[in-house]
Design a protein around this ligand. Sequence first.
Ligand code: ZN
Length: 210
Amino acid sequence: MHLPKSLVDGHFRFRRSAHAKDRGRYLQLAELGQTPTAMVIACCDARVDVSAIFDAEPGSLFIMRNVANLVPPYEPEGKYHGTSAAIEYAVTTLKVPHLIVLGHSHCGGVAAYRRGVRGSVSEHGFIGRWLTLLEGLKLIDSDVSRHGDEKAFEFAAIRSSIVNLATFPFVKERMGEGLLALHGLHFDIASGELVLLDEESGRFEALAED
Ligand SMILES: [Zn+2]
């Protein structure tokens, strides 16, 4: 099987247009390295195009994508923690000032958990284990009444990931120094809108334009 033609064609379009237009920026990024504005922890879902959502320039976002945009708690005795490793690198080496958990509507990972895909080793060993991070989430009544169960669950998962982020010692340390902020966002695929988790109220509110 060859690489799909659409990808090969797309790559050459990229080389001729976007890369050519931003050649200076790419050369600078190659020579000086990356200094991203934020790390974004998003879902693998093909509909969640993080750079497009923020109209972000190359080099400006350090993006980690996993099933259902989850952050596990700090587990130093764990084995292969890809998400935790990326967070550690972003915070301790790149010193990003912002960590963003970006959830989204119609999340297949969240829906799978709600359907009961919970660690059947034969079929869904990795996903099932990963989705146990969603166990015990508390839904907020007003989220359910305003947005329905599915979105309320996605919101609860974002809140839980934010709580877990704050269990990492290096995250706590940078936050304590006022050098790092955590943010929760939820992207609605159909409308394209983002809602932002309000730190004080714990509610998701429409993102306001300055
Ligand atoms: Zn998802």
